[in-house]
Design a protein around this ligand. Structure first.
Ligand code: SF4
Ligand code: SF4
Length: 348
């Protein structure tokens, strides 16, 4: 089994369009969309999903209102502003006021391990019959650090695993596909990418597929590392701009670092021939072979609007570029050994 990952130094270079077109050309394969932060391969391939699975990662704090005493320690101790007060005396105001009201007698330090709690209690008493304050935690702001859980004197904060997204097993008109969606403000996309690859590999083994065709994430961060480690080869899609040249260099260095054979294709090469040639020369210096060029063509957008890949929409021009590129990819990947990334990904 081989794994081909199509990546780029940044989003918007056309890698998903290339993967969608390759989906028509590759035979016995599983498709995987590892761009879990902004998945869009499904917009072209329109998969029919037959199983949905939760992706759990990290933890989030949840206040048990029946156990909470309203002391305000969680509000004071959360450095991410995730705790919100919903009723009762204004604890935040009291905290500000306490800076002026404090006589610096150190009574609170001597009598309580948490100076802030003691000050709040003192201020509450000084304000007479204040209502009990209530608090909630904003799940979008909670970073899952656990500080409030450890410091709540009433042990009123639970810390369940966070549902950070979903992953899907689907069928498309070009074969089975594994894809995912990271939740809003959720982290650990590298872990979800590893999960998608793992599931794609399992599916390929079960169904006797010999290729996993992966739409990789943009950039050079953790999700990209998770998508390329142990892959058979990466195809870098670059665009002929100055930033595109820089992005190409960065992502090539990343591929070299993880010893993944890397190849280049310049997309929309005809919008700037000079820069296309510069990037291809740069590729030679990095020991990266250019496998082809794809011209600029408005048909790409028209095809996307119709939910088709460029080969389904058009037979000539850019479609010929993509076919030529695929032939070069086949001959490049057939030389390469597959190295399972299972162990490398486990560490992420
Ligand atoms: S620290 Fe605990 S008891 Fe105090 S307000 Fe927060 S949840 Fe309630
Ligand atoms: S877990 Fe950390 S970030 Fe979340 S509410 Fe508690 S202290 Fe704030």
């Amino acid at each position: 089994m081989k794994e081909l990952v199509v990546i780029s130094g940044k989003g918007g270079t056309g890698k998903t369009s290339v993967v969608a077109a390759f989906a028509s050309l590759a035979g016995n394969k599983v498709l995987a969309d590892c761009d879990v932060d902004a998945a869009d391969l499904h917009l072209i391939l329109q998969p029919k999903t037959h199983s949905v699975h939760e992706f759990r990662s990290g933890n989030e704090a949840v206040i048990l209102q029946e156990a909470c005493t309203g002391c305000g320690a969680c509000l004071v101790n959360c450095r991410f502003g995730a705790v919100k007060q919903t009723s009762g005396v204004d604890v935040e105001w009291m905290l500000r006021a306490s800076a002026h009201a404090c006589d610096d007698c150190d009574f609170c330090v001597r009598s309580c391990p948490n100076r802030s709690i003691d000050m709040i209690h003192a201020m509450q008493e000084s304000y007479g019959d204040a209502d009990r304050a209530t608090f909630v935690i904003d799940p979008l702001s909670c970073e899952g650090c656990g500080v409030c859980v450890d410091t709540c004197p009433a042990k009123a904060i639970q810390f369940p695993e966070r549902i950070a997204g979903e992953w899907y097993l689907s069928d498309t008109r070009h074969g089975p596909m594994v894809h995912a969606r990271l939740g809003i403000a959720a982290e650990n996309s590298g872990k979800l990418v590893s999960l998608v690859r793992q599931q794609a590999r399992q599916l390929a083994l079960e169904q006797g597929k010999d290729l996993i065709l992966i739409d990789g994430p943009p950039g050079i961060g953790c999700p990209v590392i998770a998508s390329i480690t142990g892959a058979t080869m990466v195809l870098i899609i670059a665009e002929p701009t100055l930033s595109g040249q820089h992005d190409f260099q960065r992502v090539t260095e990343l591929a070299h670092h993880f010893q993944i054979p890397a190849y280049l294709c310049v997309n929309k090469w005809d919008i700037n021939l000079n820069l296309t040639e510069t990037i291809e020369k740069c590729a030679v210096q990095f020991g990266v072979q250019a496998l082809g060029r794809i011209r600029y063509d408005k048909d790409v957008t028209k095809a996307q609007i119709q939910g088709e890949n460029i080969l389904e929409y058009s037979k000539n021009g850019i479609a010929a570029d993509v076919r030529d590129l695929w032939q070069q990819v086949i001959s490049a990947i057939s030389d390469k050994e597959y190295v399972s990334s299972m162990n490398a990904n486990m560490a992420l």
